[in-house]
Design a protein around this ligand. Structure first.
Ligand SMILES: Cc1ncc(COP(=O)(O)O)c(C=O)c1O
Length: 358
C-alpha cells in the first residue's frame, strides 16, 4: 500500500498556530523530591483507601452516574447550597473547560490576570476566543480598575489564591468585581483550603459567579481527578449541556465521597502543611529571600541574588524539582510546593549552602 503524505494541514488555523499547555513535569525517577506541581506530600485519607479497597470491581462494566448526584449532595451540604448548584468535573481543569465552552467563542472574550494559571489562556485559544490579560501589580496584588480593564470580556477568570504567586486578593475587592463586572466571574479556588477565607458563599448572592474547587491539592487526590463547581442553578444547568457525558469515573466517585466526608483528616493534613509553610518562609526570609505572602500550599520565593533560574537548576542538580516560570515579572522567583518537613529541610540545606553569608 502506498503511504499517503498530506501536504496540507487539516487542523483549524488557530490550533495549528497555538502552543498547547505544558503541564508541570511528572518525573519518573523515584528518588526525586517532587515540589513542582503543588501536590500534597501526605497520603489520601485512610477512608479513601478503604473505599477503594471495598469497591466492587465487577461494577466497572457499567457506566458511572453521569450526574454524580451522590457527590453533588455531599458537596451541597458542605457548602450550604442545593444539589442543583453543584457540578462535578474530571479535575477542576474539566470545570474550567466547561466554563470556557459555555461563555467564550470568536466574539465572546475571556479575561484573566498576568501572571496566573496559564491554562486559562490556552483553553480560550482552543475555543477560538481571545483572552485579555490584566497585568497584576509588581507585588502581584490586584491593579486598579479591574472591571474597566476587563471591559468587553464575557468571562473573567480569577485564581484566588493565585498561582504561581500564592497571593490572595482581599475578599471585598473580589466581591466588588463580581458586583460590577458585566459577565461571568469564575473564581478558581484550587488552593482555598490553605487560605484564611474563601468566596464560596458568593454563589448565594451573585448569579454571575462560579466557584471552582479541586480535590488534587488539600485532599491529596491529584491522581484520581476530581473537581467541582458551585453556581446558580441556571449556570449549572447550562454547564451540564457541555460536559462530557460520563466525566467522572465510578471509582473516582467512590473515593471522592469518602474523602469529602473525612473532615478531620483534611484539617490535620492542611494544618501540617501550613506549619511547614510557615517554617519554610521564616528560614528563607532569614537567608535574604523575598517571598510573596502565600495563602496556598506553595511559596513563590526569589533568592537574594534574584537569580531564580540558578536556584531552580541547583535544586534540580540535587534531585529537588521545583517550578520555574521565566519572564520579566516571574523570572526572579522559584515556586516551591510545600513538602514534608524532611523534604523541606533538604531544600533549606541547599539554600543555606548557596546564600548563607560567610
Ligand atoms: C489555579 C489552578 N487551578 C486549577 C488547577 C487544576 O487542578 P486539577 O488537578 O483539579 O485539574 C491547578 C493545578 O495546578 C491550579 O494551579
Amino acid at each position: 500500500m502506498k503511504i499517503r503524505v498530506n501536504k496540507k494541514s487539516y487542523f483549524r488555523l488557530d490550533i495549528d498556530e497555538m502552543n498547547g499547555y505544558t503541564p508541570g513535569e511528572q518525573p519518573k525517577m523515584l528518588n526525586l523530591i517532587k515540589l513542582n506541581t503543588n501536590e500534597n506530600p501526605y497520603p489520601p485519607s485512610p477512608k479513601v483507601i478503604e473505599a477503594i479497597r471495598n469497591f466492587e470491581l465487577n461494577h466497572l462494566r457499567l457506566y458511572p452516574d453521569p450526574m454524580c448526584d451522590s457527590i453533588r449532595d455531599v458537596v451541597a451540604e458542605l457548602h450550604g447550597v442545593k444539589r442543583e448548584n453543584v457540578i462535578a468535573g474530571n479535575g477542576s481543569d474539566d470545570i474550567l473547560t466547561m466554563a470556557i465552552r459555555c461563555f467564550t467563542d470568536g466574539e465572546r472574550v475571556a479575561a484573566c490576570f498576568d501572571p496566573t494559571y496559564s491554562l486559562y489562556n490556552v483553553l480560550a485559544r482552543m475555543q477560538g476566543a481571545k483572552c485579555i490579560k490584566i497585568r497584576l501589580k509588581r507585588d502581584f496584588s490586584l491593579p486598579a480598575n479591574v472591571v474597566k480593564k476587563a471591559d468587553g470580556a464575557n468571562l473573567l477568570l480569577i485564581a484566588r489564591p493565585n498561582s504561581p504567586t500564592g497571593r490572595s486578593y482581599p475578599l471585598k475587592q473580589v466581591a466588588k468585581i463580581c458586583e460590577k463586572f458585566d459577565g461571568i466571574v469564575l473564581i478558581d479556588e484550587a488552593y482555598a483550603d490553605f487560605a484564611g477565607d474563601n468566596c464560596a458563599d458568593f454563589v448565594k448572592c451573585f448569579d454571575n459567579v462560579i466557584i471552582s474547587r479541586t480535590m488534587s491539592k488539600s485532599y491529596s487526590l491529584a491522581g484520581i481527578r476530581f473537581g467541582y463547581a458551585l453556581a446558580s442553578a441556571k449556570i449549572i444547568d447550562g454547564m451540564m449541556k457541555v460536559k462530557d457525558s460520563y466525566n467522572v469515573s465510578m471509582l473516582t466517585q467512590a473515593a471522592v465521597k469518602a474523602a469529602l466526608q473525612d473532615r478531620e483528616y483534611l484539617a490535620e493534613t492542611v494544618a501540617k502543611i501550613l506549619n511547614t509553610r510557615k517554617r519554610l518562609v521564616k528560614k528563607l526570609a532569614a537567608l535574604g529571600f523575598e517571598i510573596v505572602e502565600s495563602d496556598a500550599n506553595f511559596v513563590f520565593a526569589a533568592p537574594p541574588d534574584n537569580d531564580g533560574k540558578n536556584f531552580f537548576d541547583v535544586l534540580r542538580d540535587n534531585q529537588i524539582v521545583t517550578r520555574y516560570f521565566p519572564g520579566k515579572t516571574t523570572g526572579r522567583y522559584v515556586r516551591i510546593s510545600i513538602g514534608t518537613d524532611e523534604q523541606i529541610n533538604k531544600l533549606l540545606e541547599i539554600a543555606k549552602k548557596l546564600y548563607q553569608p560567610r
